[in-house]
Design a protein around this ligand. Structure first.
Ligand SMILES: [Cu+2]
Length: 134
């Protein structure tokens, strides 16, 4: 009887440590950044790392600040010249995200409806991007 109990408790210990290991893996890496379904918009200094995003209705864009620089992200139509710098902009008021000047700061916006939406950083003329929501 006593021996059976010992074997059982060792089995439980092995299981418990296996679970602990897998949850530790989830706590770092890509899984943390993409907390919600959708896409991650990385901000590198005064640029978006990517300019085109595709998500589904009800999904989220998660903005990640990779440098200690303030950004102000709004939705609205923009046009840019061949140098990539914005020549016109029109904030449509759908969202306005203040991105704190902290490495790793995140903010998010969920797009409920399908469509093509442009967004930009009001501070940096080269930060212009588009998300297609299907
Ligand atoms: Cu910016």
């Amino acid at each position: 009887m006593r021996r059976t109990a010992l074997v059982l408790s060792i089995g439980t210990l092995v299981l418990a440590s296996a679970c602990g290991g897998s949850s530790g893996t989830k706590a770092d890496g890509a899984a943390t950044k993409a907390a919600k379904p959708g896409a991650t918009v990385e901000m590198d200094f005064s640029l978006f790392a990517k300019k085109d995003f595709a998500i589904k209705a009800g999904q989220t864009l998660t903005f990640v600040n990779n440098n200690p620089i303030t950004h102000q992200i709004v939705e609205g139509a923009w046009k840019a010249g061949s140098d990539g710098l914005r020549t016109s902009e029109m904030d449509d008021g759908a969202f306005n995200l203040k991105i704190d000047p902290k490495k790793g700061f995140t903010a998010e916006h969920t797009f409920e409806k399908a469509g093509t939406f442009q967004f930009f950083c009001t501070i940096h003329k080269a930060m212009n991007a588009t998300v297609t929501v299907s």
